[in-house]
Design a protein. Structure first.
Length: 284
């Protein structure tokens, strides 16, 4: 039996502090008014404590703290068994971990996290295991068990969109999956259109306004002081630009867990017209 292997590097066209596109026009990015981050963020009320929610305790906690008493091993109708599920394929935006870690803004964010009062509750050992598969999901759950076919019309539409400029910004904690901390992706706005909306529409999926890069995982609830510190950290770094890049390829990624620990790239989907579809490497 053969297994697919992730490629060692995210296939970016380039990584740079982009201020203009190939035509010399200034690149515009979607802002919070166009996206769903503000309405979906955790409300850090004074005196509150962040408690890992059921979604997190079912899908993530078994993978990062399997002995935690709050682990939900399985739940009727959810399809999880101690953090694992049937292989699910999604179309994702790959993130270059090395480029991210070279960013002064990102280093400042992570230094802040490492010096926070809740630092001991972050699963730091997980980061190297996920470094080659960081991503933001654009179209989730396209298929189960077998990779879906992307039609010729869909490929032509995606290629016509061309490379998409993206900015990664600050830290994020949401109203669902409390316990996971993310970075936020802000796509290019071209001719007034959100280009991630264009990709989702091309794939026949509803637009979401949320494109999160899951990065850090908590291994326990936070107390009141720790929760206040996290809320302040997120507020402090909300407008920080961590990385600006142009993505010319998406991944069709399949995984049997939500942390993509066993993930494999089934196909690479170009956002330009001069590249044929490429498949991930296959090893014995």
């Amino acid at each position: 039996m053969r297994r697919r292997r992730l490629l060692p590097r995210a296939p970016f066209a380039r990584v740079a502090a982009m201020t203009s596109d190939a035509s010399g026009e200034a690149v515009a990015f979607c802002d919070d008014a166009m996206l769903g981050y503000q309405r979906s963020r955790t409300a850090f009320e004074p005196g509150s404590a962040l408690v890992l929610d059921d979604t997190y305790r079912l899908a993530h906690l078994p993978l990062v703290a399997p002995d935690h008493p709050g682990v939900i091993a399985r739940q009727e109708g959810k399809g999880y068994e101690f953090g694992r599920h049937a292989r699910i394929f999604s179309l994702v935006l790959p993130i270059d971990d090395a480029a991210l870690r070279a960013s002064p803004g990102f280093r400042a964010l992570e230094d802040d996290l490492r010096s926070s009062p809740f630092a001991r509750k972050i699963a730091w050992e997980l980061l190297p295991r996920r470094a080659d598969r960081l991503h933001a999901t654009i179209c989730g759950a396209l298929a189960i068990d077998r990779a879906p076919e992307i039609t010729a019309d869909q490929r032509r539409t995606l290629a016509a969109i061309g490379p998409v400029a993206v900015q990664l910004r600050g830290a994020f904690s949401g109203t669902i999956n409390r316990g996971r901390l993310y970075l936020r992706a802000y796509p290019e706005r071209r001719g007034g259109q959100n280009l991630f909306d264009a990709i989702q529409t091309a794939m026949g999926r509803p637009t979401t306004g949320l494109y999160l890069v899951g990065l850090y995982n908590l291994i326990d609830d936070l107390d009141i002081a720790e929760t206040a510190a996290l809320g302040a950290l997120i507020h402090r770094h909300w407008d920080t630009t961590l990385l600006t890049f142009a993505a010319d390829t998406l991944w069709l990624l399949g995984s049997c867990d939500d942390l993509v620990l066993d993930a494999a790239v089934a196909k690479m989907v170009p956002l330009h017209a001069d590249a044929a579809d490429r498949h991930a490497g296959i090893v014995p």
